[in-house]
Design a protein around this ligand. Structure first.
Ligand code: HEC
Length: 130
């Protein structure tokens, strides 16, 4: 009995540790996203501005936000956004998608990219937090 509740307590501790580590990433990612806000919005009220809305990014194809006027370079890149391809892109957007009009030098720090990824992954295609 004691052993069983100990296991349960440990499991619970592991879960809350994982959650708080993730919450930290998300909080750091939110700060990092300030670098994107001049051109991008996320959330339920997000609108296309200089750049497209970034809701539901992971898992969708590049250039598919309705009503946004993408370059052919972005539309035809053949990219489906996942962690790896997003990391490559955000390090140097013009290297990954030559001809893109996204004028952004890039984020080089791996940790910051991970945090930004955690932040963006919260938002489903409808802009609601998952
Ligand atoms: C100066 C404005 C600007 C900034 C700053 C900027 N972007 Fe962009 N972004 C754009 C534009 C414009 C496009 C559309 C590119 C095209 O059509 O070639 C774009 C496209 C994208 C795309 C492709 C979206 C899709 O639907 O295929 C992603 C992902 C993206 N940006 C992420 C980011 C992130 C993350 C940041 C911050 C770290 C950021 N951008 C900062 C202007 C910007």
């Amino acid at each position: 009995m004691i052993a069983r509740s100990l296991v349960a307590a440990l499991a619970l501790a592991a879960v809350s540790f994982a959650t708080s580590a993730n919450a930290q990433d998300v909080a750091a990612g939110e700060k990092s996203f300030n670098k994107c806000r001049a051109c991008h919005q996320v959330g339920e009220t997000a609108k296309n501005t200089v750049g497209p809305v970034l809701n539901g990014l992971f898992g969708r194809k590049s250039g598919t936000i309705e009503g946004y006027n993408y370059t052919d370079a972005n539309k035809n890149s053949g990219i489906t956004w996942d962690d790896a391809v997003f990391a490559e892109y955000i390090k140097d957007p013009k290297a990954k998608i030559p001809g893109t009009k996204m004028a952004f030098a890039g984020i080089k720090k791996e940790d910051e990219i991970k945090d930004l990824t955690a932040f963006l992954k919260q938002y489903g295609a409808d802009g609601k937090k998952k």
